[in-house]
Write a protein that binds this ligand. Sequence first.
Ligand code: HPA
Length: 244
Amino acid sequence: MNAEYAIIGGTGVYDPALLEDAERHTIETPYGPAEITLGTYAGKRVAFMPRHGYNHGVAPHKINYRANIRALKEIGVHTVLATAAVGSLKEEYKPGDLVLVDDFIDMTKSRPLTYYEGAPEGVVHIDLSDAYCGRIRGHVRETAQEHGIELVDGGIYVCTEGPRFETPAEIRMYAAWGGDVVGMTTVPEVILAKESEMCYATVGMITNYCAGIAPHPLTHQEVIDTMKDNVQKIRELFFRVIER
Ligand code: HPA
């Protein structure tokens, strides 16, 4: 069992028709099992990982991020393209836009954040100056330009604990701190990928304006509907990057 690339999808990204010879596997890791679909695209072995499970049954703070990233490492993945639904903190970042995230602020509260918490993996302090891998971000940026896929190049992702949405006061604070988008999943995924020496990038799909900016109360349905309407852009972008 092996793959070079992984796509980690949030809500509604995976389409089984995209991979040839797609097969589902459960990979056992020291942190627990992880689910993937393995297949081939443009001659490359690709693993698709549904972050919330195939039935979207796992809440963001309950996702077993350590098992997920370890499973990808174990099958040889070197490059991870992740996507996540995010809310926008800025009027100019509109629902439907794609944002190539380049930094994060961690506001999570209760998740295991590292492999390095003592034995057996030791204590290591990793550098996050380039948390989201510059190499693959470059490929994503160039691919978007070549194929006319609109992409906001750069954005700070504020990662909250969820599963609730934020209060308007929290959103004003995150905006004042310089955040661009808010989501619930990039931490600790990006950290664990870095600790595992994998090249990892996140493309955020803006599904809504954040609480207090949006003119109405937020609903999960709104997030799902906007994702569904725009997910084709993310699919095209990721598969064009893989076939490069
Ligand atoms: N906040 C946090 N996470 C999200 C949002 C939001 O507004 N939209 C999609 N994921």
